[in-house]
Ligand binder design. Structure first.
Ligand code: 2PG
Ligand code: MG
Length: 426
């Protein structure tokens, strides 16, 4: 089957809503042979150095959160600028947009405008060739599907409770396939619902931004205990379903005092490291994401040295999927793992560069959603195409989260014997 060099004829864009009811950019790249559509997500606990998400600031619409400027940038600037380029030539399209923008953080056209087109172009190419998105992203004989990191208890800026830690994950590494891992995760999620009702009453099963429960708790340990009980209630052991956290600790760090407000008190860096270490021992935490604030390279390096042999220390806000920041992290041995988010950097090809750099460094890779998501399952394909060890895309509930998990199951089915599962590979 020869591939078609579908060229971009036009680019459209519109405002759509994300899972928090905020506007987001959706783009459509049109070729003579196909159309590719994509929409971008939006974070709440953002890294300071992320590429810029362009918002209108016009208080009369969406409380200032409209994205009409970004939409206009797609139709008026980017569209004419990429017209005639081959939709499959992701690097060329991204470079063209980056130079049209001309700023280091995509602040002129908006990363939301640029990324939407970058993703939609890959889809247009896949559709023109009648291939799945993952194989358009990267052609391989066999693919490795990621272990889902499912966020089953929400805290921090994603929930209305007093948990400082933003996310409590389950990671079914003992599954044989991705599809089985998703089933195991969904079972634990439902056992957790029962555990929370019996411990704290029905008020505890309201959900947060990523579909995890948001019980009215204030202590990290209480959340972890409930998740652990849910794992055993589902008939699994803690070797097969591991625990993890994303502290997103920039959100509870006070730059003036250098202290972290957590569990009703406050801790300095040393104390917080000891706290994580105790949690690791008590709950066997496989993942600790953003344990310290986004500039704390030395503190990251210290905890990685201490816990890194058996746990993944993931850098999210500290790296913002930026190869420059990641190089600093590699040099300083700050982490042994990275979170990859397309919209932190703002184009598909730059995201690929970050993944390749992480691979070279021997880091564990987790492709991730944002807390504000659309129904677009692009990251399921991204994770598969690049052999990400893990995928983080929320609870196994709520449509914008299940869109990704369901897509992974379809991909695994399509691949058949060409599918591997990352499992315990970490
Ligand atoms: C994170 C993300 C996604 P947000 O911190 O890892 O879970 O949250 O999208 O709000 O930055
Ligand atoms: Mg994070």
């Amino acid at each position: 089957m020869g591939s078609v060099a579908a060229r971009i004829v036009s680019v459209k864009a519109r405002e759509v809503l994300d899972s928090r009811g905020n506007p987001s950019v959706e783009a459509e790249v049109v070729t003579r042979e196909s159309v590719g559509r994509a929409s971008v997500p939006s974070g709440a606990s953002k890294g300071r150095l992320e590429a810029l998400e362009l918002r209108d600031g016009d208080a009369k619409r969406f409380h200032g959160r409209g994205v009409r400027k970004a939409v206009a940038n797609v139709t008026k600037v980017i569209g004419p600028g990429v017209k005639g380029l081959v939709a499959a030539d992701t690097r060329r399209i991204d470079d063209a947009m980056i130079s049209l923008d001309g700023t280091p953080n995509k602040s002129k056209l908006g990363a939301n405008a640029i990324l939407a087109v970058s993703m939609a172009a890959v889809r247009a190419a896949a559709n023109a060739n009648s291939v799945s998105l993952f194989s358009q992203l990267r052609k391989q004989r066999a693919y490795t599907l990621p272990v889902p990191m499912m966020n089953v208890i929400n805290g921090g800026e994603h929930a209305g409770n007093n948990l400082a830690i933003q996310e409590f994950h389950i990671e079914p590494v003992g599954a044989k396939t991705c599809t089985e891992a998703i089933r195991m995760g969904a079972e634990v999620y439902h056992s957790l619902k029962e555990v929370l009702v019996s411990r704290y009453g029905r008020v505890a099963i309201n959900v947060g931004d990523e579909g995890g429960f948001a019980p009215p708790l204030g202590l990290t340990r209480d959340a972890l205990k409930s998740v652990r009980e849910a794992i055993s209630k589902s008939g699994y052991n803690e070797e097969d379903v591991r625990l993890g956290i994303d502290a997103a600790s920039s959100t509870f760090y006070d730059g003036k005092t250098g202290r972290y407000a957590i569990d009703g008190g406050s801790m300095d860096e040393r104390k917080l490291e000891d706290f994580y270490s105790t949690l690791r021992d008590e709950f066997g935490l496989l993942t600790i994401e953003d344990p310290f604030h986004e500039e704390a390279f030395a503190a990251f390096a210290s905890i990685t040295k201490r816990l890194g042999a058996s746990s993944k220390v993931i850098g999210d806000d500290i790296y913002v999927t930026n190869v420059g920041r990641m190089r600093t992290g590699i040099r300083k041995k700050a982490t042994n793992a990275v979170l990859i988010k397309l919209n932190q950097i703002g184009s598909v090809s730059e995201t690929e560069d970050s993944i390749e750099l992480a691979k070279k460094a021997g880091w564990s890779i987790t492709v991730s959603h944002r807390s504000g998501e659309t129904e677009d399952p692009f990251i399921a394909h991204m994770a598969t195409a690049f052999g990400s060890d893990f995928v983080k895309t929320g609870a196994p509930a709520r449509g914008e989260r299940t869109a990704k998990y369901n897509e992974l199951m379809r991909i695994e089915e399509e691949l058949g014997s060409r599918a591997r599962f990352a499992g315990r590979r970490f």
